[in-house]
Design a protein around this ligand. Structure first.
Ligand SMILES: Nc1ncnc2c1ncn2[C@@H]1O[C@H](COP(=O)(O)OP(=O)(O)OP(=O)(O)O)[C@@H](O)[C@H]1O
Length: 707
């Protein structure tokens, strides 16, 4: 019992002899300082809530809104709707899951993280003792004790040396892992994006996707590695510093402790704001990048319409939105820093006053007080860092939400078929196919169409613009899934074929073939698993009527094609594209207006190549110039997504239906053109680079002859 009484007296805060005694001054300090700090924070919360509700001018700007993608002008409603419990829950889930996923990405480098953590631990421990040695250096100077002074100086120097080495190593490892993380994230994102179906690319602009690939991923990678570094360091430092402070003076530590929840609360509040704002910054940046990318990639069109100033104006408006979102984010950051500083000022003042009181009452020694103050300053820095970590993580999670959204999207069109046929014939069948594009679900493009193309047959699809011809090719290429009905090749649904196998058997030459910024050789063997010999490449080029012009280039097959084939003429591009299709010896050739953009000479060269290559192959051809499909085995006439006529050229002409009308209109148009061209003066005729008269004449002549 007596022991209990002694213990009670020893721990009784009212007992003047107890080391845990608290007087009125103690209680006043512990209560008043946090209250004062809270008041400061409250004022700032009110100020920032007001600021938050102010909409920027450019968000109201109608012109910009008209050019802004959906996610930008819908971000305001989404923010207000985030007030509902459901939305907040979704946001928290999104944020948490994106953190975990980013951490998972770093799992691969766990060995490096362990080394970095050991360095960090050593650095933090050595750093932790520095205030202790500083306190003793000061007190030994006051006491005139030079032996103690030298000893503590040596300890200080030794610990600083270890600190410098280990913290440098830690920094290097974290930078290296950050670079690796960014690269891995970039590769994963690019792989995921390329695996998406065409619907995804219909919905997302190229510039937006590339912006995610560069800017968002860098933001995430850097924020994560830097924050992981700071977070781990801060945790170790916090534990060490707290222990040292407790040992030095528990009364003073109690005062410091009370401000802890305030610091965490502030970090949470501002972290949430900053996270939300970061998503807006990244979205606005993606939108601006998208516009810049579009303007640069279509520079010829921009220049031919002298529209540079307008493009610059639009980009400025979009960049202005990025700037405004970024400034608002910087203001949140400023507020958060300000609050942190208020807390620190109050805490320092409180500690000085209360610590001074303890020293004057002989409850704390001077060296301990000095050391405590230094530790407290360090704790302030550490807590500040932890706050920064939280806001940094929120930034990263804001930037990563869209990244993971793209990466997680499961394509609606899956290319997971396994079928590889040894006896691939190339019989095409459209069986009751109906289709509407996913982004225009209410506008049916194909309505219950059925047709077959037997192996070796040449079938032409003709019809007015927008009747659904290219859509048929898109479905056959399995870019989209039909809403109803089936598309079969050799009686097997296209989705059941192995993706690579199918696209080697079926080759497409489109109206505006896109070449890659690589050599002609690389373009011809594009997408092939094995490298083709020079002989095979030349053979494909000869079949496509391309060898002679390629041979005239100085670098021959190593000549660069330029971005999207910009360094090649239209006819040359078409013939390289034809060689690219032919090198895989496809059973089925899809020709989507392969010659419509060419002049007479280029067209005749491509036609000649096509005539040579179609023999023995199943061919589905789309042509506006009806003269090019006269010899097809069968012609299907489409109108508003339905097959309205079917037969050979002669049969259809005799029917006097839509096909006849189309041919007639084309002849009349050509005749009018010829008359117009003939009355034009010579210089004008030379200046206007239209498809040649001779070509049009021959087309009209052919068509007329056939009527
Ligand atoms: N990616 C797309 N998203 C939404 N609608 C589309 C898309 N591509 C085409 N369309 C629409 O589908 C319809 C048919 O287009 P399609 O390209 O198949 O016509 P077409 O007969 O080939 O025309 P043209 O002869 O002028 O090339 C058009 O109304 C077009 O606006």
């Amino acid at each position: 019992m007596s022991k209990f009484i002694i213990f009670y007296e020893w721990t009784n805060v009212r007992n003047p002899t107890s080391p845990y005694r608290l007087d009125r001054f103690d209680v006043l300090a512990i209560i008043s300082i946090p209250l004062l700090a809270l008041g400061g924070i409250g004022v700032w919360i009110v100020f920032f809530r007001c600021l938050y509700s102010i909409r920027t001018d450019s968000e109201r700007e109608p012109l910009l809104a008209a050019h802004t993608t959906t996610h930008l002008y819908t971000d305001e409603p989404s923010e207000s709707s985030a007030n509902t419990t459901e939305d907040i829950t979704v946001q928290i889930k999104e944020t948490t899951s994106s953190w975990w996923r980013i951490i998972e990405l770093g799992k691969k480098e766990w060995k490096y993280y362990i080394i970095a953590f050991i360095c960090l631990l050593i650095a933090a421990l050595t750093e932790m003792f520095q205030p202790y040695f500083s306190g003793h250096i000061i007190s030994s100077v006051v006491d005139n004790n030079w032996h103690n002074f030298a000893k503590n100086i040596l300890w200080y120097l030794g610990s600083s040396f270890v600190y410098v080495i280990t913290s440098g190593l830690r920094g290097f490892i974290f930078s290296m892992t950050s670079t690796n993380l960014i690269q891995r994230l970039r590769n994963k994102f690019f792989t995921a994006v390329l695996k998406q179906d065409i619907e995804f690319f219909d919905q997302n602009k190229t510039g937006e996707i590339t912006s995610r690939l560069s800017s968002d991923i860098t933001t995430v990678g850097e924020a994560i590695s830097i924050n992981l570094n700071i977070f781990l360091r801060s945790i170790v430092q916090t534990v060490g510093t707290v222990v040292m402070m407790l040992v030095l003076s528990w009364n003073l530590f109690l005062l410091v402790m009370i401000t802890g929840p305030l610091t965490c609360g502030t970090a949470k509040l501002y972290g949430d704001f900053i996270g939300k704002q970061q998503k807006k910054v990244q979205d606005a940046l993606a939108d601006a990048n998208s516009l810049a990318e579009e303007a640069i990639s279509t520079i010829r069109t921009v220049k031919s319409f002298a529209n540079e100033d307008e493009e610059v104006r639009l980009l400025r408006l979009k960049n202005d939105l990025v700037r405004k979102h970024s400034i608002r984010q910087a203001l949140y950051y400023f507020g958060y820093m300000w609050n942190g500083q208020i807390l620190i000022v109050f805490l320092n003042l409180g500690t000085l006053a209360y610590g001074g009181h303890l020293v004057m009452n002989n409850r704390l020694s001077v060296p301990s007080f000095v050391s405590f103050i230094l530790y407290q300053q360090r704790l302030g820095d550490v807590l500040d860092s932890i706050n920064g970590v939280y806001t940094g993580l929120m930034k990263a999670s804001g930037a990563s939400i869209k990244l993971f959204e793209h990466m997680d999207r499961i394509p609606k069109v899956l290319n997971n078929g396994m079928m590889k046929s040894n006896n691939f014939q190339g019989r095409i069948e459209f069986r009751n196919v109906s289709f509407a594009y996913p982004n225009r679900k209410n506008d049916p493009v194909l309505k219950n169409i059925s047709f077959t193309v037997e192996p070796g047959q040449q079938v032409a699809l003709v019809g007015p613009s927008g009747s659904g011809k290219t859509t048929c090719i898109g479905l056959l290429e399995h870019f989209y899934e039909a809403d109803q009905g089936q598309i079969l090749v050799d009686n097997i649904p296209v989705q059941e074929y192995d993706y690579k196998f199918y696209h080697e058997k079926i080759s497409l030459v489109s109206q505006e073939p896109v070449l890659h910024a690589r050599s002609i050789r690389d373009n011809i063997q594009y997408g092939l698993l094995e490298t083709k010999s020079q002989h095979e490449i030349e053979y494909a080029a000869q079949m496509a009527n391309a060898h002679s012009f390629i041979s005239q280039f100085e670098k021959k097959y190593d000549t660069e094609c330029g971005e999207r084939g910009v360094q090649m003429a239209g006819g040359q591009k078409q013939r390289i594209a034809l060689a690219r299709a032919l090198i895989r010896s496809p059973n089925v050739l899809l020709l989507d207006e392969a010659t419509s953009a060419l002049d007479a000479e280029a067209e005749s060269q491509v036609q000649e190549a096509i005539a040579r290559t179609v023999i023995g192959r199943t061919v589905l051809i789309i042509a506006h110039r009806l003269s090019t499909v006269r010899n097809a085995d069968r012609i299907l006439v489409l109108r508003h997504g339905e097959i309205v006529e079917e037969g050979t050229h002669v049969e259809l002409m005799s029917k006097r239906g839509l096909y006849y009308q189309l041919v007639k209109r084309q002849i009349e148009q050509h005749e009018a053109d010829i008359k117009g061209q003939l009355v034009e003066t010579k210089p004008t005729t030379i200046a206007v680079n239209t498809p040649s008269i001779a070509h049009r004449y021959s087309t009209s002549f052919n068509a007329k002859e056939s009527i």
